[in-house]
Each structure stands twice: as structure tokens, then as C-alpha cells.
Design a protein around this ligand. Structure first.
Ligand SMILES: Nc1ncnc2c1ncn2[C@@H]1O[C@H](COP(=O)(O)OP(=O)(O)OP(=O)(O)O)[C@@H](O)[C@H]1O
Ligand SMILES: [Mg+2]
Length: 315
């Protein structure tokens, strides 16, 4: 527990480790979620996001490390810890033979939400998530987006202060994605604390107040989207368009971070290397009888920053 005066954080994880046989899924992850923020754990497939979430929600025990929810140890005080949290796991489904309404009533009963509160909240949530018209229909006929929105509503039925969402928009179309994202930002406005995972860089950048980037079970960077961008201020992204495809150009520019898409060459380099990059590419093009049609230099995109981080070449 905490000493007097230390603010209790909604979620705090210290040094989590978890292996499955030989696979070291999570290797010393520490993170926290502050009150009223949207915190995103961003990482590629297999990075350890779901394993981290499962330890935080007490579904699996870590090999090492501790998790506190509102100051309660998830393993020692699971009921108190979990009473503050609504969760939508990566793989979960509402009961398909029940209606949306009955699923919500059931979720409310599981969370011990009093009858009239349960009904009132269910109505509000269905409205917020655009499911009011479908509320009496069996979930069997629901689209993936409708099911995901219903799962969110179910996680919110007890009005928890903390919401933990594993890839809340994965596989959803743009309309459902927007509904889910706008619900998440509305919840933050109400003062709720949100912990989500995503592999979608753009989503992390627009939705989260703070991001931790995870790769191969380790946090490799942390900060606001803006902080992460500032760390990469010295980097530039150079785009060069030639009048034709050229083979072998990637190897010739091997010391830089190069991506070729047909006639387009994308190179990420330091600011002081831009002249060198341009000189070498122009020379190469000339030697191979190609013409440079367009050159553009910009700050790196969020995607380029992410790629650099997970390749471990950031410095
Ligand atoms: N129950 C398990 N048994 C064996 N290996 C597992 C288990 N759960 C996870 N792993 C392994 O641990 C690693 C991390 O998996 P995890 O599901 O946490 O990644 P993730 O970041 O959620 O990936 P995704 O974006 O694909 O959901 C992977 O190598 C995975 O194969
Ligand atoms: Mg996952």
C-alpha cells in the first residue's frame, strides 16, 4: 500500500515478467496510468501487449513483478482491485443467443449493479454506442463492429473508473472505429482512466495522452505523442521520385534507412546527412541513366519513428 500523501495511481505495474516455455513474452515491463488519461501500449504483433494486459487484469500471474489497481495488489486483493475496472479482452464475445439488452443485464448482475441503475446505464450506453435500435435483437446477427461496441457497453455497465481495452478498434471499419474512439475520449472527459493497447500507430498518436512503445517484451520508449516526435527532431525523411524503377539502389544506399516503392525512394536520416543522401542518390540515378523528378524533405512521420524505435536504431 501507499504512504500518506502519495497519490494513488489507477494502474501501476512494476517489473512484470512472463515466459511461456522458452518464449519470454514480457521482460521487465513497468508502466502506470494516471488519472483521467488515455494511456496506450503500442507495439507490433507478438510484442507482449496482451500478456501485459492479462497480468494487469489478474487473468494470469506474472513470473515476477507486481500490479496495483487503485493501490490494491491485483493478486492479493483481487476483488477490491477488480471492482474499479472494466475490461474488454482481446478475444471475448457476448452471448450470441441473448439480445444486446440481456447481455447488458447479465453483465450488470455479474458486477452487482443494482437493478434500476443497471437499466438506466444500459439505456445510456446503448444510445452512446448507437445500438438502441438493435437492443432487442439476438447478438447472433450482429456485425463485428456491433459486437465490439456491445462488449464496451458491458465493460462500462458498472461505471468503473478505469477501463482496460485490448485492441479496441482492431478489425473494425471506419464508422465503428470512430464511434469507439469518440466514446473513449468522452470517457476521459468524464474523468475516467483508460489503458488500451494498439498496433495502430496513427491511433496511438491521435487518441493517447501518453504512449509506451513495446517490442519483444520490453518498453523501448515512453512519452506523449509529441515527446516521441521531439526525440526524433534531428531525423528527416527524404522522398525522391525517379522517372523509372531502379534495381540495386537499396544496396547502394545501405548505410541509410531506405525503403523503395517502385520509382519512389524513402530515406530516413539525420538532418546533417540530408545533403549527403541527396548527392549520393542523384549520382546513382545519373550513373544508371535515370532522372530525378521530385525531391521532398519532411520531418519523420509517426510511422517512421515507430519503425526506428522497434528496430532499435533510434540513436
Ligand atoms: N498462452 C501462451 N502460450 C504460449 N505462448 C504465448 C502465450 N501467450 C502469448 N504467448 C507468446 O508470447 C508472445 C507475446 O504475445 P502477446 O499475445 O502478448 O503479444 P501481443 O503484443 O498481444 O500481439 P498481437 O498484436 O498479435 O495481439 C508471443 O510470442 C506469443 O506467441
Ligand atoms: Mg494481443
Amino acid at each position: 500500500m501507499y504512504g500518506i500523501g502519495s497519490p494513488v495511481k489507477p494502474v501501476e505495474a512494476h517489473n512484470l515478467e512472463k515466459s511461456f516455455g522458452q518464449v519470454r513474452a514480457v521482460r521487465g515491463v513497468s508502466l502506470h496510468v494516471d488519472r483521467g488519461e488515455i494511456f496506450g501500449l503500442l507495439g507490433p504483433n507478438g510484442a507482449g501487449k496482451t500478456t501485459t494486459i492479462r497480468m494487469i487484469t489478474g487473468i494470469i500471474s506474472p513470473d515476477r513483478g507486481r500490479v496495483y489497481i487503485m493501490g490494491y495488489d491485483v493478486l492479493k486483493d483481487p476483488l477490491k482491485a477488480k471492482s474499479h475496472v472494466g475490461v474488454v479482452p482481446e478475444i471475448s464475445a457476448p452471448y450470441v443467443d441473448l439480445s444486446a439488452w440481456d447481455n447488458l443485464m447479465l453483465a450488470g448482475r455479474i458486477y452487482h449493479v443494482e437493478d434500476h441503475m443497471r437499466r438506466a446505464r444500459a439505456k445510456d450506453l446503448l444510445k452512446m454506442l448507437n445500438l438502441s435500435e438493435a437492443m432487442s435483437r439476438k447478438v447472433k446477427g450482429f456485425s463485428k463492429g456491433m459486437r465490439q461496441r456491445l462488449l464496451l457497453a458491458m465493460a462500462l455497465i458498472s461505471d468503473p473508473g478505469i477501463l482496460i481495452l485490448d485492441e479496441p478498434t482492431s478489425g473494425l471499419d471506419i464508422i465503428s472505429t470512430r464511434m469507439v474512439r469518440s466514446l473513449i475520449t468522452d470517457l476521459r472527459r468524464e474523468g475516467k482512466s483508460i489503458f488500451l493497447t494498439t498496433h495502430n500507430i496513427e491511433e496511438a498518436g491521435i487518441l493517447c495522452d501518453r504512449i509506451a512503445v513495446i517490442n519483444k517484451g520490453r518498453i523501448v520508449a515512453e512519452g506523449s505523442p509529441e515527446d516521441l516526435r521531439i526525440n526524433f527532431e534531428e531525423f528527416r525523411s527524404v522522398k525522391i521520385i525517379l522517372d523509372r524503377d531502379l534495381k540495386g539502389i537499396e544496396e547502394a544506399l545501405g548505410s541509410f534507412d531506405v525503403l523503395i516503392q517502385g520509382r519512389k525512394i524513402f530515406i530516413t536520416c539525420r538532418r546533417d546527412e540530408v545533403d549527403e543522401v541527396l548527392r549520393r542518390t542523384m549520382k546513382l540515378a545519373e550513373d544508371l541513366g535515370a532522372r530525378v523528378e521530385e525531391v521532398q524533405t519532411t520531418g519523420p512521420s509517426f510511422e517512421e519513428i515507430f519503425m526506428k524505435l522497434i528496430r532499435g536504431k533510434e540513436r
